[in-house]
Design a protein. Structure first.
Length: 179
């Protein structure tokens, strides 16, 4: 259990991408299950309940990094690959403002997830906005054209009304458009 916990902490702290971080949570899961078994066998209530909670968090971490994040990265990669086949400029993913809020007419409507920019021009084509949900569960991804967006004080501002924003193209997690 100790070795698994140390290995998992090293893998997640290294921040080497979603696959390594997700694998770190898999190793954390092995460690928390081992500690849970130890707590049950030795009658240590605090150790048992702590590792019940950690097991749940580790399962969430696996879903987050090997499920959700991997699909988001696949979406960006699919858009880049598909755009390379078009006669127009090839796109590449750009992390934009982290998870900063997106506002439309003064209200928060989502968070920046990523953006796609042209390889030659460096111009942003569109921003992928996460809307709704909690920690990625139940969220909707929307394609916000850069032509109706701007950045003000580290906040993405959409020059759209609420209904127009809600009617933006919904994106599948793992396949974003080439244009």
């Amino acid at each position: 259990a100790t070795v698994a916990t140390i290995m998992a902490a090293s893998m997640t702290a290294a921040n080497l991408g979603s696959r390594v971080t997700g694998s770190g949570f898999c190793v954390f899961l092995i460690g928390s299950l081992a500690w849970l078994a130890d707590g049950l066998i030795t009658g240590q209530t605090a150790l048992t309940w702590t590792n019940v909670a950690l097991t749940v968090l580790n399962v969430f971490g696996i879903w987050r990094w090997l499920g959700r994040q991997a699909r988001v990265e696949q979406g960006a990669a699919a858009a880049a690959e598909a755009s390379a086949k078009l006669s127009s400029e090839t796109l590449f993913p750009v992390s934009l403002l982290g998870r900063s809020p997106v506002r439309s007419k003064g209200r928060d409507v989502g968070h920046c997830l990523d953006a796609m920019a042209g390889c030659d021009s460096g111009r942003i084509d569109y921003v992928v906005v996460s809307q709704g949900g909690v920690a990625g569960v139940g969220e909707t991804l929307r394609r916000l054209p850069w032509s109706v967006a701007r950045v003000e004080d580290e906040v993405m501002v959409a020059d759209l009304g609420a209904r127009s924003f809600d009617s933006l193209e919904e994106l599948p997690r793992d396949h974003w458009p080439a244009r």
